[in-house]
Ligand binder design. Structure first.
Ligand SMILES: Nc1ncnc2c1ncn2[C@@H]1O[C@H](COP(=O)(O)OP(=O)(O)O)[C@@H](O)[C@H]1O
Ligand SMILES: [Mg+2]
Length: 579
């Protein structure tokens, strides 16, 4: 119960008390319409004398508000008017509450998305992408609904207090009996709410697992299909689907148990009350009817309270999943860094840099200099630590010891976002967006013109192939770029890196899927660009070693400089390389 209150109070993106006020106003209208109905009944039976004086005040106020005469016709019209008012208020309240669900969910999603993009790179390697996707889509929606249930619950508590006061005015004895009956119902059905909570938790977990499994399978669908591994993969879903199925059935059972259990308990209690009232205490039938209406309304509040508690308990897990994910992402947030100006006139230096993935030393005591306006090539066997070295330069990892400086400014004092805004980067594992080539190259930068994009395509030697596509720049790259060949994908990724005219260009195995001619063309463009850009290329290809100004061999986490052919040539001939 307290948990629901907490959810209610912590909701961002809406005014929780306004939601409750609307809901309470709707029930006030309901009480008023009831109080207009009571005297009508009593007038018919001619027993209005049994009403306590405080009750009369409410009735008189109702008549005064509605301006109806104290006749049966007047009462009836007042009842109908009040019921219409109640319906309008309820409609407004539920609409506002529904909008609140949207706002609460949207706010949670915005927070999660912001946190996601500010999270350290390591997090995305260690965690399943499907989990984040599921939390942002499914859990955020369910969390919005949990919020609504919590608001309805708070409104029902307020309403319950109102009814109790109302019942006290009508009959103290019955009000006390009502409290006892309500307590029996709440305690009796409390276990089912705990069952709902557990089922909700299981459902949240299973849904998240399902999305994760689907996302993982889709990313690997080509090898799975090509090697006919579909049957074992579908079998992997079996346990998960069963768990989801079971949690939904448990929810149905606990919801039905709560409703029907309440029905039975209430029927028994009404029977006892009726027997006591008419058979033992010999209260008149008209009074029993009046008290009966109040009792019925009070019981329905108790039932609603329980229903909200139960639905809240079912949805609570998603609300917590969203908040846990937010907190986790916030804990893994990248440092923001300082606000120093960033220049790259001299170069980047690795000064005895050491880094370990978990306890696995990956980069050991590396000293490198990446001169500005030159081409630096890193070579070495697979797993040597080349990608990790550029990840360190990108600030995706932080060195365990040693220092990286950019024009003599320590990288750990620079704003990472500002530094990266000067970088064009082609990662080793390529994946494009399921979007047009234009959008793939712009990657969200709306300031870029088509001319900028075409120029980048030219430098990436991709202009001809894009022009040959029927839709040109509007052609869709397909899922993960699947409509393009590996080499075409690499060139689109290269154009994406070049288009912002970055100071530093980092190319991780950028021509590995290209034929020698296209590679030679890109290398020649790179030679033209060196001087404008600083280029780091990770590659085994001789074409790159030939144009390198600096060549490093990376092996087992250590880097050694090899005299680059370009340097040799320049030393001997004293002529610029790019001619
Ligand atoms: N996120 C990671 N967690 C643990 N180990 C990693 C991670 N990324 C890379 N490694 C390990 O670090 C070593 C260097 O990887 P990498 O820099 O990608 O090599 P290269 O690019 O030279 O082929 C490899 O042994 C690899 O298994
Ligand atoms: Mg690599």
């Amino acid at each position: 119960m307290l948990k629901l209150f907490r959810i209610f109070a912590s909701a961002k993106g809406t005014n929780p008390w306004l939601v409750v006020t609307c809901l309470v106003l709707a029930s006030v209208a309901e009480i008023l319409s009831m109080s207009a109905m009571l005297p009508a009944l009593l007038a018919v039976s001619g027993e209005s004398g049994i009403l306590p004086p405080a009750f009369k005040v409410v009735i008189d106020a109702t008549l005064a508000v509605t301006g109806m005469p104290a006749t049966i016709a007047g009462f009836t019209i007042a009842v109908v008017l009040m019921l219409i008012l109640r319906t309008i208020l309820l409609g407004l309240a539920l609409t506002y509450a529904g909008f609140s669900i949207a706002n609460v969910s949207t706010r949670l999603r915005e927070d999660l998305l912001n946190a996601m993009f500010d999270t350290k790179w390591r997090y995305f390697v260690d965690h399943r992408a499907g989990r984040i996707a599921n939390t942002i889509s499914v859990d955020a929606t369910r969390a919005g609904h949990a919020y609504l249930e919590s608001a309805k619950f708070v409104a029902a508590v307020i309403q319950g207090i109102g009814y109790l006061a109302f019942a006290m005015m009508a009959s103290f004895k019955f009000a006390v009996a009502g409290i006892i009956a309500g307590t029996i119902i709440v305690v009796g059905m409390g276990k089912l709410i705990a069952v709902s909570r557990r089922a909700g938790r299981r459902q949240t977990r299973s849904t998240s697992q399902l999305v994760t499994l689907v996302a993982d399978a889709l990313n690997n669908i080509k090898p799975i299909k090509s090697m006919a591994r579909t049957v074992p993969f579908i079998a992997m879903f079996g346990a998960n689907l069963q768990a989801l199925n079971k949690s939904i059935k448990i929810q149905v059972l606990s919801s039905q148990g709560l409703d029907r259990g309440n029905d039975i308990l209430i029927a028994v209690m009404i029977g006892i009350a009726f027997f006591l009232a008419v058979g033992v205490w010999e209260i008149t039938l008209a009074s029993v009817t009046v008290v009966g209406i109040i009792a019925f309304q009070s019981i329905s509040v108790v039932r609603r309270l329980q229903k909200f508690l139960q639905r809240g308990a079912e949805l609570e897990a998603s609300y917590h999943a969203v908040h846990e994910m937010s907190a986790k992402l916030a804990r893994e947030a990248e440092r923001a860094g300082g606000a120093q100006d960033i220049t790259l006139d001299h170069g980047c230096t690795f000064d005895h840099v050491t880094f370990a993935h978990e306890d696995q030393p990956t980069v050991e005591n590396v000293c490198l200099f990446i001169p500005s306006g030159k081409i630096t090539v890193l070579q070495g066997p697979s797993g040597a630590g080349k990608t990790t070295i550029v990840d360190l330069l990108l600030g995706l990892h932080e060195p365990a010891s040693g220092q990286i400086t950019i024009d003599d400014r320590p990288l750990d004092q620079l704003s990472l976002k500002a530094w990266r805004s000067h970088i064009g980067y082609v990662p080793q594992e390529l994946s494009l967006l399921h979007a047009s080539l234009r959008d793939n190259i712009a990657l969200g930068n709306t300031a870029l013109s088509d001319e900028d994009i075409v120029e980048a395509l030219r430098l990436a030697d991709a202009e001809d192939f894009v022009n040959s596509l029927p839709d040109g720049l509007d052609s869709n790259a397909g899922e993960m770029g699947g409509r393009l060949s590996g080499g075409q994908r690499q060139r689109i990724a290269l154009a994406r890196a070049l288009v912002g005219r970055p100071k530093l260009l980092i190319l991780d195995e950028v021509t590995s899927a290209l034929d020698p001619e296209t590679e030679a063309s890109i290398c020649s463009n790179a030679l033209d660009l060196a001087g404008v850009f600083t280029i780091i290329a990770i590659t085994h290809r001789p074409a790159w070693s030939k144009i390198a100004d600096r060549l490093y061999k990376v092996d087992n986490g250590a880097a050694t400089e090899i005299t680059a052919p370009a340097k040799r040539r320049r030393k001997s001939a004293e002529t610029p390389v790019h001619e």
